[in-house]
Write a protein that binds this ligand. Structure first.
Ligand SMILES: Cc1cc2nc3c(=O)[nH]c(=O)nc-3n(C[C@H](O)[C@H](O)[C@H](O)COP(=O)(O)OP(=O)(O)OC[C@H]3O[C@@H](n4cnc5c(N)ncnc54)[C@H](O)[C@@H]3O)c2cc1C
Length: 489
């Protein structure tokens, strides 16, 4: 009997129940990743994917196994493999969001038609969404009760087992006939592009380095995480989001690592709790997208269908959007964040909130435009986290930031980057400015001139007036509420 273990975003060998169950069955195994160029996430994410595939293939080979990488249209390659290799059952790890959801649906249809058993594993969740609901038997829609509910159900969170066998010889029984190269051609070419090479400079991909990064984070940074995590100039967070997206380690095991730490080290326990709570946001996002898959493109709050977003096809809008993308808005904190994203494929969480608020509320650009830009440029682009993040900031999501709360990027900049270190790093053209002026150079024109900074020439004027655009946003929301609920407002 041959079992297919189909990988999506589980680039690891330990703690992978789909693989363990196949190994324990004694069957021949085909361990495969299907690469459909039409079903990738975004450019930066695909660069990491190329490295992750190569890394996993090497790990599998070192264990005397074989990773199949099947390239092409999934609707063709999946049934073809099932037929050609006489697969009798498929094990896979359930993932939320696109492109995974549609591939999982296609796999379900194919397996039904071919009478092949298809078994999902829910190891990328702490608790399977269908086993975890509120007192009304409904999905949680607010984070704090969700988190408290999780803590109450802790005894149901099951640890995952390490790799069941020393070697993966069962996966070497058959050798992928058509794809002698591990990396599909498009990924091979992508990872060689100069920008892609730069993006991966000093990044460590794969299971072993990720455990190492985790261990360093715990020993060197965790203690100060609660106090420092909001300051973009500090290297205070784990930087694990891309590794978690690619499943180099499962967050389920992180949960157990943190519990062990909380029990054994009273000094670090509060910080570990704080990080655990942040990880739970990821779990929340995954549960939300599981229950509400339509939120990938639709606002969770229906009334936001009536929101009068800017017509993003006009030249004016295109121009504003491009300035936001390139970090040329004239608002230093926004520009620093967008330039960090472009240069590194990553942006600090607080700054993500600020640039998203600026785009959707001050510029009145639809949240999907920002979400797509993030999807294409973030290494850690993750359907669940990205959708939740954008809808939360735009005000249309579950448990969202209230519509009247616009982050003021100047106030936030003064609070979270008081000395301007983050701004100076990403905007060297402003580095001569004083701590006061750097957050809003347009209010310090004479200092700018004194320091050789010419607004409109060496650094842009603000593309929008923050106060006026705030008021305009409030008016649009009032209008939306009236249109959506004429009787109540
Ligand atoms: C508009 C917007 C878009 C976002 N898009 C993504 C995305 O595409 N992919 C992504 O992984 N995260 C996204 N986030 C969440 C967050 O910004 C990143 O997870 C975080 O910056 C990663 O840094 P870290 O690994 O050092 O996090 P740490 O602070 O060390 O946190 C540990 C882990 O917890 C999870 N986490 C932390 N904060 C959040 C959060 N607010 N929401 C969900 N999970 C969280 C992440 O998996 C993170 O790696 C987005 C946030 C916003 C506001």
């Amino acid at each position: 009997m041959t079992t297919l273990v189909w990988l999506q975003r589980e680039f690891r060998l330990d703690y992978l129940p789909a693989l363990n169950e196949a190994l324990n069955s004694g069957d021949d195994i085909i361990l495969a990743y299907f690469h459909d160029p039409e079903k990738t996430i975004g450019a930066a994410n695909s660069v990491w994917l190329a490295h992750a595939l190569e890394n996993l293939a090497a790990d599998v080979t070192n264990r005397k196994g074989k990773l199949w990488v099947v390239s092409g249209n999934f609707a063709d390659t999946f049934p073809k493999l099932l037929k050609n290799e006489s697969i009798q059952q498929v094990y896979y790890t359930f993932q939320v969001g696109e492109p995974f959801a549609s591939m999982q649906q296609q796999a379900l249809d194919v397996c039904k038609a071919l009478h092949v058993r298809l078994k999902p594993f829910f190891s990328e969740f702490w608790l399977k969404p269908t086993d975890f609901s509120n007192q009304q038997n409904r999905p949680y829609l607010v984070f704090t009760p969700f988190y408290n509910g999780l803590l109450k159900q802790q005894e149901h969170i099951q640890p995952l087992a390490r790799l069941a066998k020393e070697t993966l010889e069962q996966t070497a029984v058959k050798t992928c006939p058509n794809h002698p190269r591990t990396l599909p051609e498009d990924l091979h070419r992508l990872r060689q592009l100069p920008w892609a090479q730069k993006l991966m400079d000093s990044r460590q991909v794969g299971e072993t380095p990720t455990w190492q990064i985790l261990s360093e984070f715990i020993t060197e940074k965790l203690q100060d995480y609660p106090s420092d995590r909001d300051f973009p100039a500090y290297d205070a967070t784990s930087n694990l989001s891309t590794a978690l997206h690619f499943g180099h380690i499962p967050t389920r095991q992180l949960y157990f690592e943190l519990q062990a730490l909380i029990q054994s080290d009273a000094k670090v326990a509060p910080a570990a709790q704080s990080w655990l709570r942040q990880l739970a946001w990821r779990e929340f996002a995954r549960h939300l997208l599981f229950w509400f898959p339509q939120t990938q493109t639709e606002p969770f709050q229906d009334k936001y269908q009536q929101m009068l977003w800017r017509d993003d096809t006009s030249n004016d809008s295109q121009n504003l959007i491009e300035k936001w993308q390139r970090g040329l808005t004239g608002i230093p904190m926004i520009d620093a964040g967008m330039r960090e994203l472009w240069a590194t494929g990553i942006m600090h969480n607080r700054v993500r909130m600020l640039v998203a608020s600026f785009l959707t509320k001050n510029l009145n650009v639809h949240w999907l435009i920002g979400q797509h830009w993030f999807e294409d440029t973030l290494l850690d682009a993750d359907p669940a986290n990205n959708i939740m993040g954008w809808q939360w900031v735009a005000g249309c999501g579950v448990d969202a930031a209230p519509y009247y709360r616009l982050f003021n990027p100047v106030v936030q900049s003064e609070k979270f980057d008081a000395d301007g270190d983050y701004l100076k790093h990403w905007l060297p053209e402003l580095s001569a400015l004083s701590k006061k002026a750097i957050h809003q150079p347009w209010k310090y024109e004479s200092e700018c001139v004194e320091k050789g900074i010419f607004l409109g020439k060496t650094y842009p004027h603000p593309i929008v007036n923050l106060d006026e655009s705030r008021k305009a946003h409030m008016e649009r929301v009032q209008m939306m509420k009236k249109t959506a609920q004429p009787d109540n407002d």
